[in-house]
Design a protein around this ligand. Structure first.
Ligand code: Z5A
Ligand code: MG
Length: 243
């Protein structure tokens, strides 16, 4: 089997520490003289990325379907260079990927359909909540990313939305509210089950609420193993998402 770099994705809820850990990790890879590259989605530097940036800052309104396709197109812009780097022996570390795309879009509900307490006036019965229907079907959200390069390892940083909401910068952009984040967390759980069932690489859940150093060490152990598998030819060729 060919030797190649490992494709490692860091996913997680907002403010779970993905970008902090990704930059620490790239430094460690560099120190260990492992050829590596850090990429991030959305990549806000491309023309498509600039549109996405404006949408996330709520400066532009874009149809939910269209913005989902733009997030995916933003990944496709880099797909062939990811494969080229992996085949050249470079480990590619990616801060958010297609799993964020599915989780954030499939968790959208119409504002007027948001769950409301259902209780008769004067009733002593505790309120129940209706589940609002999703705006975009889950399978539709998955489809534009079919055939993108598949990660060998996805590290998911789990954190309770109420803890994440206390971290710096929370709430500045679209989607950064606890209700949406709860739905996103459920969607990530469904995605992780599919990744495991369909053999789309390894999915590891780590506690993003721990001390920075503890999280870093736990990620490093997983990444080192993925890099070793790549060097020793155990990863095989680059696989494709959901194939
Ligand atoms: N999105 C989408 O809809 N569709 C897609 O296809 C994709 C994304 C790819 C912007 O993403 C939005 O795009 C995002 C998903 C959606 N929506 N929301 N909401 P982004 O990746 O550009 O978002 P960001 O601005 O980088 O934020 P983030 O990723 O949510 O944050 P983070 O990278 O996970 O956290 P951090 O910046 O590393 O850390 C946040 C703060 O916490 C910082 O002050 C750290 O010092 C602190 N921190 C980090 N770790 C710890 C620990 N362990 N303890 C204490 N404090 C910590
Ligand atoms: Mg980040």
């Amino acid at each position: 089997m060919p030797r190649r770099g490992a494709f490692v994705v860091i996913e997680g809820l907002d403010r779970s520490g993905k970008s902090t850990q990704a930059s620490n990790l790239i430094q460690r890879l560099d120190d260990a003289q492992i050829p590596s590259k850090l990429i991030k989605f959305p990549d806000r530097s491309t023309p498509i990325g600039k549109l996405i940036d404006s949408y996330l800052r709520s400066e532009t309104e874009v149809d939910d379907h269209a913005i989902h396709l733009l997030f995916s197109a933003n990944r496709w812009e880099l797909a062939s260079s990811i494969v080229k780097d992996l085949e050249a022996g470079i480990t590619v570390l990616c801060d958010r990927y297609a799993f964020s795309g599915i989780a954030f879009s499939a968790s959208k509900v119409a504002p007027s359909d948001a769950p409301k307490p259902v209780v008769a006036e004067g009733s002593s019965i505790a309120p129940t909540h209706q589940t609002a229907p999703p705006l975009l079907p889950y399978s539709w959200c998955r489809s534009p990313d079919v055939s993108l390069p598949a990660p060998d390892l996805t590290v998911f940083l789990d954190i309770l939305p109420e803890i994440a909401s206390k971290r710096a910068g929370y709430g500045n952009e679209r989607y950064e509210n606890q209700e949406h984040q709860e739905r996103v967390r459920e969607l990530f759980s469904r995605i992780s089950e599919e990744v495991e069932a369909e053999g789309v690489g390894r999915w590891v859940v780590l506690d993003g609420g721990l001390e920075l150093k503890e999280v870093e060490e736990a990620i490093w152990r997983e990444v080192r193993e993925a890099v070793r598998e790549g060097v020793e030819g155990e990863l095989g060729g680059v696989k494709r998402l959901w194939d």
